[in-house]
Design a protein around this ligand. Structure first.
Ligand code: UDP
Length: 500
């Protein structure tokens, strides 16, 4: 028996398994809501702590009678020696990430049996598992229950293909010096990186990296938060390299209806008064404010924050600076208060804790974004039509920076070449001086800066293309239609085979 959607056509049931970090949960939640808005049934796997963070979204989806269920599985902290309540990687401070990072993945792997149990209880049985790239254990679930499984990548396909080609052509074997640039093979454009910048995902965690690669190869297809007009050649290249279909169905942010996915409550409850923030931005001219925020996992020390603050102040444009909970201390607070007093509240808005980033970024006053180049932040900048100032830290971020600065030409680099691991972040002094920040901000926001203007024109064109992709009949919209239809068809064939 299949489930019929509101239009009477049979609809599939997707089980979505995000990795439990904000940068993964946010796009997976958006994706789930989009699938459910198109009539598919969705079970989104989460845990009590993570569900509490997105309660507004869950409640709104329920009020709109969307066929999406947020399934709260207990996260097995005690079994792997994690402190109780550590259900999201961002709960761990810098030091503790080093100490407990592997335990966190072990706990995720232990979700296998509870997930199998949940799926076994569903009638009719689900059509497909769509699991985050970093949840390779889901391949065992899929195999045991004989379900198809797609990999969900919250990454750019440029970055995925680059990482894949570096691995596939064994490029790193011949690299003697971590800082020696080499060309990424198999790309249409000449792009240079170093081993330090692109050591391979999960370098140093060999067993996990291998599991992830195996799971990627075994998957029945790939779902990506990107769109054809921006990455066509890389989407095709990655599909060919993996010999799999890649459904590019993003950027999700543009497809979600505000009534359900409130931008202000995206991923977490904001610590600021949202109308107040908006009226602060309303009081500024269009394209005059610089927004600085570095995702959910980088942690700046006071000395680096001071350089950022001084650089922003010297650039002379109003700014929003986000200071994460994990960065806060008495010293940081004293410095923040002093900065606010010196610059004045009309020019400096410091947010301590979770900022409603997607909402603030889309305000017309925001004209530049200093970012760590996380893929979600990058997409938020593109969909807001805002050029970037790039400061990658680790993971996929250096490759994302290449895409932003060299391929799309919609950002200026702060010139950081050395990655910061969790350990270094804790120990290291400032790596970006105030002058570099000032110069980059000026290059995008000062009157008469031609390069900044050109970047703005390019990124705004991309924004329009992104809107077209997500609108009815657009490439991402149609790819999602095909995804849903294909699994509805699979269900039908399976039923016929089983004589249901
Ligand atoms: N984010 C937010 N408020 C904050 C910090 C982060 O809304 O104060 C959101 C941001 O908009 C993005 C996500 O968290 O959607 C971070 O994902 P990204 O891929 O940019 O970086 P990560 O944290 O995964 O490195």
């Amino acid at each position: 028996m299949t489930i019929n959607g509101v239009d009477g056509d049979p609809k599939p049931h997707f089980v979505l398994v995000p990795f439990l970090a904000q940068g993964h949960i946010i796009p997976m939640t958006d994706f789930g809501i989009l699938l459910a808005s198109r009539g598919a049934t969705v079970s989104l796997i989460t845990t009590p702590v993570n569900a509490a963070r997105i309660r507004t979204t869950i409640d709104r989806a329920a009020a709109a009678s969307l066929p999406i269920r947020f399934v709260e599985l207990r996260f097995p902290c005690a079994e792997v020696g994690l402190p109780e309540g550590v259900e999201n990687i961002d709960v761990l401070t810098t030091q503790k990430q080093t100490e407990y990072g592997k335990n966190f993945f072990q706990a995720s792997f232990l979700l296998q049996r509870p997930l199998e149990h949940y799926i076994e209880q569903q009638s009719p049985r689900p059509s497909c598992i769509i699991a985050d790239l970093t949840q390779p254990w889901t391949r065992h679930v899929a195999r045991n229950l004989r379900l198809p499984r797609l990999t969900f990548v919250g990454l750019s396909t440029f970055t995925l293909l680059s990482d894949h080609n570096i691995w596939r052509f064994n490029v790193l074997d011949d690299v003697k010096d971590d800082k020696e640039p080499f060309e990424i093979p198999g790309l249409v454009q000449r792009i240079l990186v170093t081993k330090a910048e692109a050591p391979g995902f999960f370098a140093g965690w060999d067993e996990l990296a291998e599991e992830i690669r195996q799971a990627e190869f075994e998957a029945d297809g790939i779902v990506a938060n990107t769109f054809e007009a921006m990455e066509a050649v890389y989407i095709a290249g990655y599909a060919e390299a993996m010999q799999k279909q890649v459904w590019s169905v993003g950027p999700f942010l543009l497809g979600c209806t505000p009534a359900i996915s409130d931008k202000a409550a995206r991923g977490n409850r904001a610590v600021v008064d949202v109308p107040q923030c908006l009226s602060w931005l309303d009081s500024k001219e269009d394209i005059s404010v610089v927004y600085a925020s570095f995702g959910t996992q980088t942690h700046m020390k006071l000395a680096q924050l001071m350089e950022i603050g001084s650089g922003l102040e010297a650039a002379g444009h109003p700014f929003v600076l986000v200071i994460k909970d994990g960065e806060r201390s008495r010293d940081v607070e004293e410095w923040a208060v002093a900065l606010e007093e010196k610059v004045g509240p009309s020019k400096a808005l410091l947010i301590r804790g979770w900022a409603p980033q997607a909402m603030l970024m889309s305000h017309p006053a925001v004209g530049a974004f200093i970012t760590h180049c996380g893929w979600n932040s990058t997409l938020e900048s593109i969909t807001a039509g805002v050029p970037m100032i790039t400061w990658p830290h680790n993971g996929d971020q250096f490759l994302n920076e290449r895409l932003t600065v060299e391929v799309l030409e919609i950002g200026v680099s702060l010139g950081v070449k050395v990655p910061m691991s969790w350990d270094d972040l804790h120990e290291q002094g400032p790596v970006v001086p105030r002058d570099a920040i000032e110069e980059a901000v000026r290059s995008l926001l000062d009157e008469g800066h031609e390069e900044g203007k050109k970047m703005r024109v390019r990124v705004r064109k991309l924004r329009e293309k992104a809107k077209e992709a997500m609108a009815e009949g657009g490439s991402s919209y149609l790819n999602m239609t095909h995804l849903i239809e294909q699994f509805a068809q699979n269900d039908k064939e399976r039923e016929e085979l089983n004589g249901d």
